[in-house]
Ligand binder design. Structure first.
Ligand SMILES: Cc1cc2nc3c(=O)[nH]c(=O)nc-3n(C[C@H](O)[C@H](O)[C@H](O)COP(=O)(O)OP(=O)(O)OC[C@H]3O[C@@H](n4cnc5c(N)ncnc54)[C@H](O)[C@@H]3O)c2cc1C
Length: 434
Protein backbone atom coordinates (compact mmCIF):
# COMPACT_ATOMS: atom_id res chain seq x y z
CA UNK A 1 0.00 0.00 0.00
CA UNK A 2 1.34 3.43 -0.90
CA UNK A 3 -0.02 6.82 0.07
CA UNK A 4 2.14 9.40 -1.60
CA UNK A 5 1.39 13.12 -1.70
CA UNK A 6 4.44 14.06 -3.73
CA UNK A 7 4.27 15.37 -7.30
CA UNK A 8 6.60 14.04 -10.02
CA UNK A 9 9.36 16.59 -10.74
CA UNK A 10 8.42 16.93 -14.45
CA UNK A 11 4.82 17.67 -13.59
CA UNK A 12 5.86 20.03 -10.78
CA UNK A 13 7.82 21.96 -13.43
CA UNK A 14 4.65 22.29 -15.47
CA UNK A 15 2.73 23.45 -12.39
CA UNK A 16 5.41 26.04 -11.64
CA UNK A 17 5.19 27.29 -15.22
CA UNK A 18 1.37 27.50 -14.98
CA UNK A 19 1.57 29.50 -11.74
CA UNK A 20 4.00 31.99 -13.23
CA UNK A 21 1.95 32.27 -16.43
CA UNK A 22 -1.33 32.77 -14.56
CA UNK A 23 0.15 35.46 -12.31
CA UNK A 24 1.91 37.40 -15.05
CA UNK A 25 -0.48 36.91 -17.99
CA UNK A 26 -3.97 35.94 -16.81
CA UNK A 27 -4.40 38.08 -13.69
CA UNK A 28 -3.72 41.39 -15.53
CA UNK A 29 -6.42 40.48 -18.08
CA UNK A 30 -8.81 39.88 -15.16
CA UNK A 31 -8.09 43.36 -13.91
CA UNK A 32 -8.62 45.08 -17.25
CA UNK A 33 -11.50 42.94 -18.62
CA UNK A 34 -13.42 41.62 -15.66
CA UNK A 35 -16.81 40.97 -17.28
CA UNK A 36 -17.64 37.56 -18.66
CA UNK A 37 -19.00 39.05 -21.88
CA UNK A 38 -15.40 39.46 -23.06
CA UNK A 39 -14.61 35.85 -22.14
CA UNK A 40 -17.40 34.44 -24.29
CA UNK A 41 -17.56 37.03 -27.08
CA UNK A 42 -14.87 35.61 -29.33
CA UNK A 43 -15.35 38.43 -31.87
CA UNK A 44 -13.93 40.99 -29.41
CA UNK A 45 -10.47 42.17 -30.61
CA UNK A 46 -9.00 41.14 -27.25
CA UNK A 47 -9.25 37.52 -28.39
CA UNK A 48 -7.18 37.96 -31.56
CA UNK A 49 -4.70 40.37 -30.09
CA UNK A 50 -4.10 38.97 -26.62
CA UNK A 51 -5.88 35.71 -25.86
CA UNK A 52 -4.96 33.65 -28.94
CA UNK A 53 -1.19 34.36 -28.75
CA UNK A 54 -1.29 33.34 -25.07
CA UNK A 55 -3.25 30.21 -25.95
CA UNK A 56 -0.52 29.37 -28.47
CA UNK A 57 2.06 29.55 -25.68
CA UNK A 58 -0.07 27.18 -23.60
CA UNK A 59 -0.34 24.81 -26.57
CA UNK A 60 3.41 24.94 -27.17
CA UNK A 61 3.91 23.98 -23.55
CA UNK A 62 1.56 21.00 -24.06
CA UNK A 63 -1.01 22.26 -21.58
CA UNK A 64 -3.99 23.00 -23.82
CA UNK A 65 -7.37 21.35 -23.01
CA UNK A 66 -5.71 18.74 -20.81
CA UNK A 67 -9.08 17.27 -19.83
CA UNK A 68 -9.46 15.85 -23.34
CA UNK A 69 -7.88 12.69 -24.70
CA UNK A 70 -4.98 12.80 -27.18
CA UNK A 71 -7.35 12.01 -30.10
CA UNK A 72 -8.92 15.43 -29.48
CA UNK A 73 -5.71 17.35 -29.04
CA UNK A 74 -5.51 17.09 -25.25
CA UNK A 75 -3.17 15.15 -23.02
CA UNK A 76 -5.79 12.95 -21.39
CA UNK A 77 -4.52 13.93 -17.96
CA UNK A 78 -6.10 11.94 -15.17
CA UNK A 79 -8.27 13.79 -12.66
CA UNK A 80 -5.52 14.07 -10.04
CA UNK A 81 -3.22 15.99 -12.37
CA UNK A 82 -6.13 18.07 -13.63
CA UNK A 83 -7.01 18.87 -10.03
CA UNK A 84 -3.53 20.19 -9.27
CA UNK A 85 -3.59 22.24 -12.44
CA UNK A 86 -7.05 23.69 -11.76
CA UNK A 87 -5.98 24.69 -8.28
CA UNK A 88 -3.69 27.23 -9.92
CA UNK A 89 -6.16 28.26 -12.62
CA UNK A 90 -8.63 29.13 -9.83
CA UNK A 91 -6.59 32.24 -9.04
CA UNK A 92 -7.82 33.96 -12.20
CA UNK A 93 -11.17 34.25 -13.97
CA UNK A 94 -9.49 34.28 -17.40
CA UNK A 95 -7.02 31.45 -16.82
CA UNK A 96 -9.40 28.61 -17.86
CA UNK A 97 -9.91 30.33 -21.24
CA UNK A 98 -6.17 30.53 -21.77
CA UNK A 99 -5.85 26.79 -21.04
CA UNK A 100 -8.84 25.63 -23.12
CA UNK A 101 -10.98 24.49 -20.22
CA UNK A 102 -13.52 27.32 -19.88
CA UNK A 103 -17.01 26.33 -18.63
CA UNK A 104 -19.46 25.61 -20.13
CA UNK A 105 -17.40 24.98 -23.29
CA UNK A 106 -15.19 22.32 -21.70
CA UNK A 107 -18.18 20.23 -20.55
CA UNK A 108 -19.99 20.75 -23.84
CA UNK A 109 -16.89 19.67 -25.77
CA UNK A 110 -16.67 16.55 -23.62
CA UNK A 111 -20.20 15.43 -24.44
CA UNK A 112 -19.94 16.13 -28.16
CA UNK A 113 -16.66 14.21 -28.20
CA UNK A 114 -18.42 11.33 -26.42
CA UNK A 115 -21.77 11.26 -28.18
CA UNK A 116 -21.45 13.39 -31.33
CA UNK A 117 -21.54 12.07 -34.90
CA UNK A 118 -18.56 12.77 -37.17
CA UNK A 119 -20.44 15.66 -38.79
CA UNK A 120 -21.37 17.13 -35.39
CA UNK A 121 -17.76 16.90 -34.28
CA UNK A 122 -16.55 18.67 -37.37
CA UNK A 123 -19.16 21.41 -37.21
CA UNK A 124 -19.33 22.08 -33.46
CA UNK A 125 -16.51 20.39 -31.64
CA UNK A 126 -13.55 21.40 -33.81
CA UNK A 127 -14.10 25.19 -33.59
CA UNK A 128 -14.99 24.87 -29.90
CA UNK A 129 -11.75 23.07 -29.13
CA UNK A 130 -9.88 25.64 -31.16
CA UNK A 131 -11.32 28.34 -28.91
CA UNK A 132 -12.90 30.05 -31.94
CA UNK A 133 -16.51 29.90 -30.73
CA UNK A 134 -18.46 29.80 -27.46
CA UNK A 135 -21.32 27.49 -26.55
CA UNK A 136 -24.21 27.29 -24.11
CA UNK A 137 -25.84 24.51 -22.11
CA UNK A 138 -29.59 25.13 -21.93
CA UNK A 139 -31.38 22.87 -19.48
CA UNK A 140 -32.87 24.71 -16.50
CA UNK A 141 -36.43 26.06 -16.86
CA UNK A 142 -38.09 28.90 -14.95
CA UNK A 143 -40.41 26.54 -13.05
CA UNK A 144 -37.71 24.08 -12.06
CA UNK A 145 -34.02 23.31 -12.14
CA UNK A 146 -33.31 20.72 -9.47
CA UNK A 147 -36.32 18.62 -10.44
CA UNK A 148 -36.28 17.73 -14.15
CA UNK A 149 -39.69 16.05 -13.90
CA UNK A 150 -41.27 19.50 -14.13
CA UNK A 151 -39.47 20.37 -17.39
CA UNK A 152 -41.93 21.42 -20.08
CA UNK A 153 -39.78 22.39 -23.06
CA UNK A 154 -40.86 19.94 -25.78
CA UNK A 155 -39.20 18.49 -28.85
CA UNK A 156 -41.30 16.76 -31.47
CA UNK A 157 -40.64 15.35 -34.92
CA UNK A 158 -41.89 17.06 -38.04
CA UNK A 159 -40.73 15.13 -41.11
CA UNK A 160 -36.94 15.12 -41.09
CA UNK A 161 -36.76 17.86 -38.49
CA UNK A 162 -37.16 18.27 -34.77
CA UNK A 163 -39.17 21.23 -33.47
CA UNK A 164 -38.17 22.59 -30.05
CA UNK A 165 -40.78 24.59 -28.21
CA UNK A 166 -40.51 25.95 -24.68
CA UNK A 167 -38.61 28.16 -22.27
CA UNK A 168 -35.25 27.91 -20.56
CA UNK A 169 -33.67 30.04 -17.89
CA UNK A 170 -30.13 30.71 -16.75
CA UNK A 171 -28.82 29.58 -20.14
CA UNK A 172 -25.40 31.04 -19.36
CA UNK A 173 -23.50 32.76 -22.17
CA UNK A 174 -26.23 32.05 -24.77
CA UNK A 175 -25.96 35.60 -26.13
CA UNK A 176 -22.33 35.07 -27.25
CA UNK A 177 -22.61 31.44 -28.26
CA UNK A 178 -22.61 29.93 -31.74
CA UNK A 179 -24.74 27.03 -30.56
CA UNK A 180 -26.65 25.77 -27.54
CA UNK A 181 -27.07 22.23 -26.31
CA UNK A 182 -30.76 22.20 -25.45
CA UNK A 183 -32.46 19.54 -23.36
CA UNK A 184 -36.12 18.94 -24.29
CA UNK A 185 -38.83 16.38 -23.58
CA UNK A 186 -39.05 14.23 -26.72
CA UNK A 187 -41.37 11.61 -25.25
CA UNK A 188 -43.78 12.85 -22.53
CA UNK A 189 -45.30 9.37 -22.10
CA UNK A 190 -42.34 7.92 -20.23
CA UNK A 191 -40.51 9.21 -17.13
CA UNK A 192 -38.35 12.22 -17.98
CA UNK A 193 -35.14 10.24 -17.37
CA UNK A 194 -35.98 8.16 -20.45
CA UNK A 195 -38.02 10.78 -22.30
CA UNK A 196 -35.63 13.73 -22.67
CA UNK A 197 -33.17 14.32 -25.51
CA UNK A 198 -30.36 16.76 -26.27
CA UNK A 199 -30.14 18.88 -29.40
CA UNK A 200 -27.40 20.96 -30.95
CA UNK A 201 -29.09 24.24 -31.84
CA UNK A 202 -27.18 26.95 -33.75
CA UNK A 203 -28.04 30.27 -32.09
CA UNK A 204 -28.90 31.96 -35.40
CA UNK A 205 -31.80 29.52 -35.89
CA UNK A 206 -35.10 31.44 -36.27
CA UNK A 207 -37.34 31.33 -33.20
CA UNK A 208 -34.70 31.78 -30.46
CA UNK A 209 -35.82 34.79 -28.45
CA UNK A 210 -33.96 36.12 -25.46
CA UNK A 211 -36.86 37.28 -23.33
CA UNK A 212 -34.72 38.90 -20.68
CA UNK A 213 -31.07 39.18 -19.80
CA UNK A 214 -30.57 37.95 -16.25
CA UNK A 215 -27.50 38.96 -14.28
CA UNK A 216 -25.98 38.23 -10.91
CA UNK A 217 -26.83 40.48 -7.97
CA UNK A 218 -23.97 42.91 -8.60
CA UNK A 219 -24.94 43.44 -12.24
CA UNK A 220 -27.36 46.12 -13.43
CA UNK A 221 -30.94 45.13 -14.30
CA UNK A 222 -31.07 44.02 -17.94
CA UNK A 223 -27.40 43.03 -17.97
CA UNK A 224 -25.74 39.72 -17.31
CA UNK A 225 -24.96 36.45 -18.96
CA UNK A 226 -27.71 34.08 -17.83
CA UNK A 227 -30.70 34.82 -20.07
CA UNK A 228 -34.29 33.74 -19.90
CA UNK A 229 -34.93 32.36 -23.38
CA UNK A 230 -37.88 31.17 -25.43
CA UNK A 231 -37.39 28.51 -28.10
CA UNK A 232 -40.40 29.33 -30.24
CA UNK A 233 -40.92 26.33 -32.53
CA UNK A 234 -37.24 26.24 -33.30
CA UNK A 235 -36.60 23.83 -36.16
CA UNK A 236 -33.42 21.77 -36.41
CA UNK A 237 -32.66 18.83 -38.74
CA UNK A 238 -32.83 15.34 -37.25
CA UNK A 239 -29.02 15.16 -37.56
CA UNK A 240 -28.83 17.70 -34.70
CA UNK A 241 -30.00 15.17 -32.12
CA UNK A 242 -27.01 14.53 -29.86
CA UNK A 243 -26.56 10.87 -28.93
CA UNK A 244 -29.75 8.79 -29.04
CA UNK A 245 -33.33 9.79 -28.44
CA UNK A 246 -34.11 9.75 -24.70
CA UNK A 247 -30.45 9.85 -23.71
CA UNK A 248 -30.33 13.39 -22.31
CA UNK A 249 -29.67 12.42 -18.69
CA UNK A 250 -27.06 9.84 -19.55
CA UNK A 251 -25.29 12.52 -21.55
CA UNK A 252 -25.70 15.12 -18.77
CA UNK A 253 -23.96 12.83 -16.29
CA UNK A 254 -20.93 12.51 -18.59
CA UNK A 255 -20.72 16.28 -18.63
CA UNK A 256 -20.76 16.92 -14.94
CA UNK A 257 -18.45 14.42 -13.23
CA UNK A 258 -15.01 15.85 -14.06
CA UNK A 259 -16.30 19.42 -14.31
CA UNK A 260 -17.40 19.36 -10.68
CA UNK A 261 -13.94 18.38 -9.54
CA UNK A 262 -12.33 21.05 -11.71
CA UNK A 263 -14.62 23.72 -10.24
CA UNK A 264 -13.78 22.45 -6.78
CA UNK A 265 -10.05 22.60 -7.34
CA UNK A 266 -10.36 26.09 -8.80
CA UNK A 267 -12.20 26.91 -5.59
CA UNK A 268 -9.19 25.65 -3.64
CA UNK A 269 -7.14 28.19 -5.60
CA UNK A 270 -9.65 30.97 -4.89
CA UNK A 271 -9.82 30.15 -1.19
CA UNK A 272 -6.04 30.22 -0.98
CA UNK A 273 -6.19 33.67 -2.55
CA UNK A 274 -8.74 34.70 0.09
CA UNK A 275 -6.49 33.35 2.83
CA UNK A 276 -3.54 35.30 1.39
CA UNK A 277 -5.66 38.46 1.49
CA UNK A 278 -6.69 37.74 5.07
CA UNK A 279 -3.11 37.13 6.19
CA UNK A 280 -1.85 40.34 4.59
CA UNK A 281 -4.64 42.36 6.15
CA UNK A 282 -4.04 40.78 9.56
CA UNK A 283 -0.41 41.81 9.65
CA UNK A 284 -1.01 45.25 8.11
CA UNK A 285 -3.89 46.71 10.11
CA UNK A 286 -3.47 48.06 13.64
CA UNK A 287 -6.47 48.59 15.85
CA UNK A 288 -6.63 49.34 19.59
CA UNK A 289 -2.84 49.31 19.77
CA UNK A 290 -2.09 45.96 18.16
CA UNK A 291 -2.18 44.19 14.83
CA UNK A 292 -5.33 42.36 13.82
CA UNK A 293 -3.09 39.28 13.71
CA UNK A 294 -2.68 39.54 17.50
CA UNK A 295 -6.40 39.32 18.22
CA UNK A 296 -7.64 35.90 19.19
CA UNK A 297 -10.85 36.23 17.15
CA UNK A 298 -8.81 37.00 14.04
CA UNK A 299 -6.47 34.08 14.73
CA UNK A 300 -9.57 31.88 14.92
CA UNK A 301 -10.63 33.10 11.46
CA UNK A 302 -7.18 32.52 9.98
CA UNK A 303 -6.76 29.10 11.56
CA UNK A 304 -10.27 27.99 10.67
CA UNK A 305 -9.84 29.04 7.04
CA UNK A 306 -6.50 27.24 6.78
CA UNK A 307 -8.05 24.12 8.28
CA UNK A 308 -11.10 24.24 6.00
CA UNK A 309 -8.86 24.73 3.00
CA UNK A 310 -6.57 21.85 3.88
CA UNK A 311 -9.46 19.46 4.56
CA UNK A 312 -11.26 20.51 1.40
CA UNK A 313 -8.15 20.19 -0.76
CA UNK A 314 -7.58 16.65 0.48
CA UNK A 315 -11.25 15.79 -0.11
CA UNK A 316 -11.02 16.99 -3.72
CA UNK A 317 -7.69 15.29 -4.40
CA UNK A 318 -9.00 12.04 -2.93
CA UNK A 319 -12.14 12.27 -5.10
CA UNK A 320 -9.96 12.92 -8.18
CA UNK A 321 -7.75 9.97 -7.29
CA UNK A 322 -10.85 7.78 -6.80
CA UNK A 323 -12.15 8.75 -10.25
CA UNK A 324 -8.76 7.82 -11.71
CA UNK A 325 -8.94 4.42 -9.94
CA UNK A 326 -12.56 3.37 -10.46
CA UNK A 327 -14.13 5.85 -12.91
CA UNK A 328 -16.62 8.68 -12.42
CA UNK A 329 -19.76 6.55 -12.03
CA UNK A 330 -18.30 4.53 -9.14
CA UNK A 331 -17.03 7.72 -7.50
CA UNK A 332 -20.46 9.39 -7.36
CA UNK A 333 -20.44 9.77 -3.59
CA UNK A 334 -16.98 11.32 -3.53
CA UNK A 335 -17.93 13.75 -6.30
CA UNK A 336 -21.20 14.64 -4.53
CA UNK A 337 -19.28 15.30 -1.30
CA UNK A 338 -16.95 17.65 -3.13
CA UNK A 339 -19.92 19.42 -4.71
CA UNK A 340 -21.50 20.00 -1.28
CA UNK A 341 -18.27 21.17 0.33
CA UNK A 342 -17.30 23.58 -2.47
CA UNK A 343 -19.79 26.43 -1.83
CA UNK A 344 -19.55 25.96 1.93
CA UNK A 345 -15.78 26.36 2.11
CA UNK A 346 -15.81 29.16 -0.45
CA UNK A 347 -18.55 31.28 1.15
CA UNK A 348 -17.18 30.79 4.68
CA UNK A 349 -13.69 31.90 3.60
CA UNK A 350 -15.02 34.86 1.59
CA UNK A 351 -17.22 35.98 4.50
CA UNK A 352 -14.32 35.90 6.94
CA UNK A 353 -12.13 37.71 4.45
CA UNK A 354 -14.79 40.42 3.99
CA UNK A 355 -15.04 40.90 7.74
CA UNK A 356 -11.30 41.28 8.16
CA UNK A 357 -11.31 44.00 5.50
CA UNK A 358 -14.13 45.94 7.17
CA UNK A 359 -15.96 48.41 4.90
CA UNK A 360 -13.33 47.92 2.23
CA UNK A 361 -14.21 44.23 2.17
CA UNK A 362 -17.85 44.77 1.20
CA UNK A 363 -17.01 47.57 -1.23
CA UNK A 364 -16.47 47.36 -4.97
CA UNK A 365 -12.80 48.21 -4.45
CA UNK A 366 -11.99 44.64 -3.45
CA UNK A 367 -12.97 41.42 -5.28
CA UNK A 368 -14.15 39.72 -2.09
CA UNK A 369 -17.91 40.32 -2.18
CA UNK A 370 -18.05 39.03 -5.77
CA UNK A 371 -16.16 35.91 -4.74
CA UNK A 372 -18.65 35.43 -1.90
CA UNK A 373 -21.54 35.55 -4.37
CA UNK A 374 -19.68 33.21 -6.70
CA UNK A 375 -19.41 30.74 -3.83
CA UNK A 376 -23.16 30.92 -3.28
CA UNK A 377 -23.74 30.30 -7.02
CA UNK A 378 -21.58 27.19 -6.90
CA UNK A 379 -24.12 25.74 -4.46
CA UNK A 380 -26.75 25.95 -7.23
CA UNK A 381 -25.05 25.56 -10.61
CA UNK A 382 -25.03 21.84 -11.56
CA UNK A 383 -27.72 21.23 -8.94
CA UNK A 384 -28.29 22.44 -5.37
CA UNK A 385 -26.17 21.10 -2.52
CA UNK A 386 -29.21 19.49 -0.89
CA UNK A 387 -29.62 17.16 -3.87
CA UNK A 388 -25.95 16.12 -3.71
CA UNK A 389 -26.29 15.63 0.03
CA UNK A 390 -29.10 13.15 -0.73
CA UNK A 391 -26.64 11.17 -2.87
CA UNK A 392 -24.24 11.03 0.06
CA UNK A 393 -27.00 10.03 2.47
CA UNK A 394 -28.13 7.22 0.14
CA UNK A 395 -24.57 5.92 0.13
CA UNK A 396 -24.44 6.05 3.93
CA UNK A 397 -27.75 4.18 4.20
CA UNK A 398 -26.87 1.52 1.63
CA UNK A 399 -26.69 -1.97 3.14
CA UNK A 400 -27.62 -0.72 6.61
CA UNK A 401 -29.99 -3.09 8.46
CA UNK A 402 -32.72 -1.83 10.82
CA UNK A 403 -32.34 -2.79 14.47
CA UNK A 404 -33.97 -6.14 15.22
CA UNK A 405 -34.78 -5.51 18.86
CA UNK A 406 -36.30 -2.06 18.74
CA UNK A 407 -33.30 -0.74 20.67
CA UNK A 408 -30.29 0.67 18.79
CA UNK A 409 -27.54 -1.93 18.42
CA UNK A 410 -25.23 0.41 20.36
CA UNK A 411 -27.72 0.60 23.29
CA UNK A 412 -25.54 0.11 26.34
CA UNK A 413 -27.68 -2.04 28.71
CA UNK A 414 -27.89 -5.04 26.30
CA UNK A 415 -24.27 -4.73 25.21
CA UNK A 416 -23.07 -4.35 28.76
CA UNK A 417 -25.13 -7.36 29.85
CA UNK A 418 -23.63 -9.53 27.10
CA UNK A 419 -20.10 -8.33 27.90
CA UNK A 420 -20.62 -8.94 31.63
CA UNK A 421 -21.73 -12.52 30.91
CA UNK A 422 -18.58 -13.08 28.90
CA UNK A 423 -16.30 -11.81 31.64
CA UNK A 424 -18.47 -13.05 34.56
CA UNK A 425 -15.66 -15.04 36.24
CA UNK A 426 -13.33 -12.01 36.32
CA UNK A 427 -16.04 -9.65 37.43
CA UNK A 428 -16.88 -12.02 40.34
CA UNK A 429 -13.22 -12.02 41.30
CA UNK A 430 -13.21 -8.24 41.29
CA UNK A 431 -16.35 -8.14 43.46
CA UNK A 432 -14.72 -10.61 45.84
CA UNK A 433 -11.68 -8.36 46.27
CA UNK A 434 -13.78 -5.27 46.87
C1 LIG B 1 -24.29 31.13 -11.88
C2 LIG B 1 -25.23 30.08 -12.39
C3 LIG B 1 -25.06 29.59 -13.67
C4 LIG B 1 -25.95 28.65 -14.18
N1 LIG B 1 -25.79 28.22 -15.47
C5 LIG B 1 -26.67 27.35 -16.00
C6 LIG B 1 -26.54 26.94 -17.38
O1 LIG B 1 -25.63 27.36 -18.08
N2 LIG B 1 -27.48 26.12 -17.89
C7 LIG B 1 -28.50 25.65 -17.15
O2 LIG B 1 -29.30 24.90 -17.67
N3 LIG B 1 -28.68 26.02 -15.84
C8 LIG B 1 -27.79 26.86 -15.27
N4 LIG B 1 -27.94 27.27 -13.96
C9 LIG B 1 -29.11 26.87 -13.21
C10 LIG B 1 -28.84 25.79 -12.17
O3 LIG B 1 -28.58 24.56 -12.77
C11 LIG B 1 -30.09 25.75 -11.26
O4 LIG B 1 -30.11 26.96 -10.53
C12 LIG B 1 -30.10 24.56 -10.31
O5 LIG B 1 -30.28 23.36 -11.00
C13 LIG B 1 -31.21 24.72 -9.26
O6 LIG B 1 -32.44 24.94 -9.88
P1 LIG B 1 -33.36 26.17 -9.42
O7 LIG B 1 -32.56 27.41 -9.47
O8 LIG B 1 -34.59 26.12 -10.25
O9 LIG B 1 -33.69 25.88 -7.93
P2 LIG B 1 -34.85 24.93 -7.38
O10 LIG B 1 -34.89 23.67 -8.14
O11 LIG B 1 -36.12 25.73 -7.30
O12 LIG B 1 -34.32 24.67 -5.92
C14 LIG B 1 -34.34 25.73 -4.96
C15 LIG B 1 -33.85 25.23 -3.63
O13 LIG B 1 -34.72 24.22 -3.14
C16 LIG B 1 -33.99 23.26 -2.41
N5 LIG B 1 -34.13 21.95 -3.07
C17 LIG B 1 -34.38 21.71 -4.37
N6 LIG B 1 -34.45 20.39 -4.59
C18 LIG B 1 -34.25 19.78 -3.41
C19 LIG B 1 -34.22 18.42 -2.99
N7 LIG B 1 -34.40 17.39 -3.84
N8 LIG B 1 -33.99 18.16 -1.66
C20 LIG B 1 -33.80 19.18 -0.79
N9 LIG B 1 -33.83 20.48 -1.12
C21 LIG B 1 -34.05 20.78 -2.42
C22 LIG B 1 -32.53 23.71 -2.44
O14 LIG B 1 -32.27 24.52 -1.30
C23 LIG B 1 -32.48 24.56 -3.69
O15 LIG B 1 -31.41 25.49 -3.67
C24 LIG B 1 -27.04 28.19 -13.40
C25 LIG B 1 -27.20 28.68 -12.09
C26 LIG B 1 -26.31 29.61 -11.59
C27 LIG B 1 -26.54 30.14 -10.21
Amino acid sequence: MAIDFSVEPEFQEQLDWIREFVDTEAVPIDLAFADQERVHDKSHPLHDEVIRPLQEKVKARGLWACHLGPDLGGLGYGQTKLALMNEILGRSGWAPSLFGCQAPDSGNAEIIAHYGSDDQKEMYLAPLLDGKISSCYSMTEPQGGADPSVFECRAYRDGDDWIIDGEKWFSSSLGWSKFAIVMAVSNPDVPIYQGASMFLVPTDTPGIEIRREVGMAHEAIGQGGHPYVRYDKVRVPKENLLGGEGQAFKIAQTRLGGGRLHHAMRTVGSVRRLLDMMAERAISRVTKGSLLADKQGVQEMLGRTWLDLQQFRLLVLHAAWTVDQVGGAAARTEIAAVKVATPQVYTDAAYRCMRLHGALGVSNEMPIANLWLMGASLGLADGPSEVHMTTIAKHVLKNVEPSKTGWPSEHLPERREAARKRFAHLLEHEMGNA
